[in-house]
Design a protein around this ligand. Structure first.
Ligand code: NDP
Length: 475
């Protein structure tokens, strides 16, 4: 007998918290987990909300608990596990029913799953959810894709559980098939860049300058806490401040110093870079952040490198002030977001999704990991129209960048002089400098290509497909 409004498969960290969020908002949820003991423990720990949870031990029980058209959210490990759940669930569902994948799927998988389920008469929503455990429980940012009428059927629930910005739900439908998961992927790509840039500032303050200038983690954390009260106000700056001021209860040393400097990555940052390159884009700050994580994994190699080159003399410029670092971080961050929005725009055009970029900025204002005060300005700037599709050309950001670009340059110059790696900052600056150079150096690249491959070039005084006077020297 149908006694739940929606189903949810996968009671890991995200699924358990999302179920409680849905139940708390008044919608009974039928829950299922592959390992039944996890379901029992979840129900036992749900307190008063257990009244709105329907424990199911089989897919049959789950499906039987739902009214038609049924809607089941899948919140399991991305990749094969999602296909395994669909394989178990789909044969039990009927025409018009809906499966919602709320994990971090590769949007190509979402497109494939949507097409396969459509052929079986089932609807499929690919839905990115951001905000980690806390967000899932009390209000995540939600990015959905798929058939718009299917989204309409679950919209009431999605908007109720989502984070709110001034009363407006941070949830939206971005377009057909993979659009929602793609917006989530780019969100994560931007998250990589944002995190890396904050870490680069930490590196400069920790390792740069004279012995007296070098800061302990707690000092840097305190500075981030101050920055969080200004234009850099954001979740990532806030948590970085907290993390850096935490101490290890076992050794009493700064917690961050007890952590091996090797970062993991689940794939979304990498997917952003790969898809961008496929689309002829290059989000250099995001790519640099992905690269920095990959390089970090080679800990033993870096140790060997330190033996060989660690003593190379650097001639550092004076270390930039905290105020300069703050302005540099703000400028670099705007450039990274510009690159993220450009990928969204390119993918939307390529896949014919019709993604509303302003809506992406709006749903990222609360609930998600990249939430920040800047996103409100970004949403407004996009709504006002971006000259040449560039966020950095929007009047309100032109002003900020005219103010911050010098600081960014000072920080990159300092880091290079001191031998400190700042890949995301340096790549953000290179992109900015390229975008403000009316005449670049690709005229020479075009000449080289024409010389060795007769590729042709366009003349400044008119005429495409021209060739140079290389005298048949091409090889
Ligand atoms: P995990 O990614 O660790 O997945 C755990 C769940 O997956 C468990 O319920 C587990 O069941 C189930 N599972 C694993 N393999 C299978 C399978 N073959 N068949 C059926 N079920 C399976 O949990 P999270 O909650 O961290 O993440 C869920 C999704 O949300 C992922 O796609 C993740 O990338 C995404 N996400 C996670 C965030 C986070 O902060 N953790 C933030 C945003 C998105 P069992 O108990 O039986 O092992």
């Amino acid at each position: 007998m149908a006694n739940a409004r929606i189903g949810l498969v996968g009671l890991g960290v995200m699924g358990a918290n999302l179920s409680l969020n849905i139940a708390e908002n008044g919608f009974p949820v039928a829950v299922y987990n592959r390992t039944g003991a996890v379901t029992d423990a979840f129900i036992a720990s749900a307190g008063a909300l257990s009244e709105r949870l329907v424990a199911s031990k089989t897919y049959e029980e789950l499906v039987a608990a739902l009214p038609r058209p049924r809607a089941v959210i899948i919140m399991v490990k991305a990749g094969g596990p999602v296909d395994a759940v669909i394989e178990g669930l789909a044969p039990l569902m009927q025409e018009g029913d809906m499966i919602i994948d709320a994990g971090n799927a590769d949007f190509h998988d979402t497109r494939r799953r949507e097409a396969a389920l459509k052929a079986q008469g089932l609807n499929f929503i690919g839905m990115g959810v951001s905000g980690g455990e806390e967000g899932a429980r009390h209000g995540p940012s939600i990015m959905a894709g798929g058939n718009p009428s299917s989204y309409e059927a679950i919209r009431e629930i999605i908007e109720a559980i989502a984070a709110k910005h001034q009363g407006q739900p941070c949830a939206a439908h971005f377009g057909p098939d993979g659009a929602g998961h793609f917006v989530k992927t780019v969100h994560n790509g931007i998250e990589y860049a944002d995190m890396q840039m904050i870490a680069e500032v930490y590196g400069i303050l920790r390792d740069g300058g004279t012995e007296r200038e070098r800061c302990a983690p707690a000092q840097i954390g305190h500075l981030f806490e101050q920055w969080n009260k200004g234009p850099l106000n954001s979740y990532l700056v806030e948590i970085s401040g907290k993390v850096l001021q935490a101490f290890d209860p076992e050794t009493d040393r700064p917690m961050v110093e007890m952590i091996v400097d090797k970062a993991g990555q689940k794939g979304t940052g990498r997917w952003t870079a790969i898809e961008a390159i496929t689309l002829g884009q290059s989000p250099s700050a995001i790519e640099a952040a992905v690269a920095a994580r990959a390089w970090s994994a080679a800990k033993e190699t870096r140790r060997a490198g330190a033996e060989l080159f660690g003593d190379l003399e650097a001639e550092p410029l004076p270390r930039p002030s905290e105020e300069v670092l703050e302005r540099a971080l703000l400028a670099a961050k705007i450039i990274a977001y510009d690159q993220g929005f450009k990928i969204l725009s390119a993918a939307s055009e390529h896949y014919d999704w019709g993604i509303d970029l302003a809506s992406a900025a709006e749903v990222w204002r609360e609930g998600c990991i990249i939430r920040s005060a800047l996103l409100d300005d970004m949403a407004s700037a996009i709504r006002e129209g971006l000259p040449h599709d560039q966020l950095i050309f929007a009047p309100r950001f032109v002003e900020m960048l005219r103010d911050g670009a010098g600081a960014l340059r000072q920080v990159v110059a300092y880091a290079a002089s001191a031998g400190l790696p700042v890949p995301a900052f340096a790549n953000a600056l290179a992109y900015f400098d390229t975008m403000r150079q009316g005449r670049g150096t690709t005229d020479l690249i075009q000449a080289q290509r024409d010389f060795f491959g007769a590729h042709g070039f366009e003349r400044v005084d008119g005429g495409a497909g021209q060739h140079g006077p290389w005298g048949g020297a091409a090889g």
